[in-house]
Design a protein around this ligand. Structure first.
Ligand code: MD3
Ligand code: FE
Length: 221
């Protein structure tokens, strides 16, 4: 059972700057984020499978706020979907990101300097995967905040050199926070497996997994 209070999971630091805080989001916060993701998925840019330059499509479906990510750049407009300007990152989501950094790094962390200007919402059905990759399109080395809701998954935390070993597999459950800062910002990572049917329907999701990442792009304008 995900997020079961009888079996609390402890915070874990996986590497320098990489902190996993299980069960960080309350069920009410998760439900509110699910509602927000539903609205973002309706437009101005729809949730879509990102087309890759090689001709394939990603199995994950994504909608972006603030800046639209496409292989391999950011744009204010969804140039590979419908050309529309993406919705703004709401201020409450910026505040949630700041509070995530304080939880992960401690009260002394100067979170007011963190202003994520892009949010990527990824939806995984039971068959979706994300291959090992680095996120390198950002011009900022600010931390990435990752929030997971719905079905559990295996998250693979790799190394900074290549897609292979060494890596550490971590189960991410609904409500988990993961922060990737410092040297961990540039590690290879991926999602090799989702476990269908493991999410709590109280989140408002009947199936699948949502992951929201907050990023500072370091881009101007
Ligand atoms: C470590 N998403 O959108 S979140 C992605 O669960 C992405 O949807 C996965 O990888 C997901 O790019 C993993 C965790 C994550 C996100 C971004 C990172 C870890 C990261 C950027 C740098 C280092
Ligand atoms: Fe990534």
């Amino acid at each position: 059972m995900s997020g079961d209070a009888l079996f609390p999971r402890d915070p874990v630091t996986l590497g320098p700057g990489a902190v996993h805080l299980p069960g960080w989001l309350s069920i009410e916060q998760q439900r509110a984020l699910v509602d927000a993701c539903r609205a973002w998925a309706r437009g101005p840019v729809p949730l879509r499978h990102t087309a890759l330059p090689g001709g394939g499509v990603m199995s994950v479906r994504t909608v972006c706020l603030g800046w639209h990510w496409l292989p391999y750049r950011y744009s204010r407009t969804a140039d590979d979907v419908n050309g529309a300007e993406v919705a703004a990152v709401p201020h409450w989501l910026v505040e949630l990101g700041r509070s995530a950094l304080v939880s992960a790094y401690g009260e002394q962390y100067e979170a007011s300097g963190y202003t994520p200007d892009a949010a990527l919402v990824n939806f995984y059905d039971g068959a979706a995967r994300m291959g090992m990759h680095q996120d390198k399109e950002e011009r900022s080395d600010a931390p990435v905040v990752s929030l997971s809701i719905g079905d559990s998954c295996i998250f693979r935390f790799g190394n900074a050199e290549n897609r292979g070993r060494p890596h550490t597999d971590v189960e991410l459950q609904s409500g988990d926070l993961f922060v990737f800062g410092g040297p961990s910002r540039f590690i290879y990572h991926g999602v090799p497996k989702v476990y269908p049917g493991t999410g709590d329907p109280a989140t408002g999701m009947s199936g699948g997994r949502l992951n929201i990442t907050l990023r500072e792009t370091g881009l101007a304008g």
